[in-house]
Design a protein around this ligand. Structure first.
Ligand SMILES: [Zn+2]
Length: 176
């Protein structure tokens, strides 16, 4: 559980400051960013608003109370585990080094994020319908109009992304 007592809603924090306040490593904080913790755009070093940090951590605390199954994502808005609408997910290109997947909450229409392990990729391919990331704009504009029927081109492009991860996974295995 995260303690948010030291964090001010009005504050702005660097990653090392966040690490200190929540007693977690920089790696953990970067993982939170990959999982959807908002940062202030275009600022170097990376800065995080207190309000975003508190919301994120409280949601993490909720999540720890509410276990999430493989095919479920956590909706930050509903604060519930949800199966992405239409079982459609796509690659977040914001964090291209991780299999960081996005889907749409079937209840409120918000975008949900979840980072999977490279080992999960073949199961993801079986359990979800993969689509292309530009679908994000459809989804956000008209919340639930994510066009699942857009055809195989989308799925193909996403599968190529997955293959990159599979190649990387193999490389790591060889190194070990
Ligand atoms: Zn929701």
């Amino acid at each position: 559980m995260y303690n948010v007592q030291q964090i001010s809603y009005m504050g702005t924090y660097s990653i090392p400051e966040v690490c200190q306040m929540i007693s977690r490593s920089e790696r953990t904080v970067r993982q939170m960013i990959a999982n959807g913790l908002a940062t202030i755009d275009d600022k170097r070093p990376t800065l995080i608003r207190g309000t975003n940090l508190i919301d994120f951590l409280l949601n993490e605390n909720d999540k720890n109370r509410c276990p999430i199954e493989f095919h479920q994502f956590y909706c930050l808005h509903c604060r519930q585990a949800r199966i992405p609408k239409g079982k459609v997910i796509w690659f977040s290109r914001e964090h291209p080094t991780l299999p960081n997947m996005c889907g749409i909450c079937p209840v409120c229409g918000c975008k949900m994020h979840k980072v999977y392990k490279i080992a999960d990729i073949s199961r993801l391919k079986r359990e979800f319908r993969l689509t292309e990331s530009p679908c994000i704009s459809h989804s956000l504009d008209s919340s639930l109009n994510c066009r699942v029927d857009d055809g195989d081109n989308c799925a193909t492009s996403c599968n190529q992304e997955f293959m990159k991860f599979e190649e990387k996974g193999d490389t790591n295995a060889n190194e070990n």
